[in-house]
Design a protein around this ligand. Structure first.
Ligand code: COI
Length: 357
């Protein structure tokens, strides 16, 4: 196994109060870095004090967006244990994104080792107040200083960590979603399935316009016909219609969410009918009009389970479940966060303990 060097910070930062964490504002004392060159492959894995990095202004990441990221969380259990939620699945997805973006694959065992050691070094940054966790952001950037359009020959793989509270200011209360009819996020054959920066940059303008009209997020429709539901800005999406839960099937332009997959498995485990299939916005609105649309919620690492109380599509408002958090959304939230924080038994083997030596 490759040895990861550790340089400890001599200057530990003051921790923010746990009830005022926000999302992605504060960073822990250390970070992980590893470099890549075509001659050496991935090399020099190291944990060092959290610090700025120096890059050449010609680095390819700045010009052609060759970069990918992941998001996962570490939790502290009531009896003081530390656990990660499905970390191997995040690194597997990272390699799928790497492949799509012509980034060299990373060794998943090394990435897990790096992650566990980093979390152990900064373990006292994991908050334990209800609704908080340590958000972990692994990412890769293309660092070669060359303006020709071709895959970079140099990269950095890094992991940074941030103690967080709720992603949306609404917390577990329902969010309002604007259904986007003009802009598109991704098309089949594009990079929608990869967790790459450009997908998020492409979404900003629509998100900004939605916000100006009082909506928290944007629901994306398919890029070709503007007809089929894909995902919300930072979440996958689920709808309970006539007793069955539907979520858009993965089609190459939708992010294969790990929370999405966990919710599908959880619902199946409970015997709740769940279907992954194409779902049109017309069908959803029809269910809303005829009273069979019971609940809607988004899923994501950052957002966890976020109930959707209102949607707006071309000016037509749809109030879902009287704008309140539905019973199933609440059960899914309670069970999933219970498994993540160790309060509920994990029959799926999703949680992985981190030992602090
Ligand atoms: C996550 O849920 O981890 C995400 O990547 C969403 C992020 C854009 C905040």
């Amino acid at each position: 196994m490759t040895t990861i060097s550790i340089e400890r910070s001599t200057n530990t930062k003051k921790k923010p109060p746990q009830d005022q964490l926000g999302f992605g504002i504060h960073y822990t004392d250390h970070m992980f870095v590893m470099d890549y060159s075509t001659e050496k492959g991935w090399h020099e894995p190291r944990i060092i004090p959290y610090q700025p990095i120096v890059l050449d202004p010609a680095a390819k990441v700045f010009h052609y967006g060759q970069t990918i990221f992941e998001g996962l969380k570490a939790y502290k259990t009531a009896d003081g244990r530390i656990q990660l939620f499905r970390p191997r699945d995040n690194f597997r997805r990272m390699n799928r994104s790497n492949d799509r973006m012509s980034v060299p694959e990373i060794d998943i065992d090394l990435a897990i080792d790096a992650l566990e050691q980093l979390v152990a070094v900064d373990h006292d940054w994991i908050p334990d107040l209800e609704g908080t966790s340590l958000y972990i952001r692994p990412f890769v950037i293309a660092t070669e200083p060359l303006l020709g359009v071709s895959p970079s020959e140099h990269y950095k793989f890094m992991i940074i960590m941030s103690p967080v509270g709720a992603y949306y200011p609404e917390g577990i209360n329902p969010v309002k979603i604007h259904v986007e009819s003009n802009y598109v996020r991704a098309v089949v054959g594009g990079v929608g399935e990869a967790k790459t920066a450009g997908n998020y940059a492409a979404a900003l303008k629509s998100q900004q316009e939605a916000k100006e009209h009082g909506y928290t997020q944007v629901l994306w429709l398919d890029g070709k016909q503007h007809k089929y539901i894909e995902e919300v800005g930072s979440m996958n999406v689920f709808f309970k219609i006539g007793g069955t839960v539907y979520t858009p099937a993965l089609n190459g332009s939708i992010l294969a969410g790990i929370t999405r997959n966990s919710v599908i498995q959880l619902l199946k485990h409970w015997g709740v009918p769940v279907e992954e299939r194409v779902l049109s916005i017309d069908e959803l609105y029809e269910a809303g009009r005829n009273g069979t649309l019971e609940e809607a919620f988004g899923t994501g690492t950052a957002a966890v389970i976020s109930p959707i109380g209102e949607m707006n599509w071309n000016g037509e408002k749809l109030i879902i479940g009287e704008g309140k958090t539905g019973q199933l959304s609440k059960s899914v939230y309670d069970t999933l966060t219970g498994i993540q924080t160790g309060a509920v038994e994990d029959p799926f083997g999703w949680t992985q303990q981190v030992e602090v030596k």
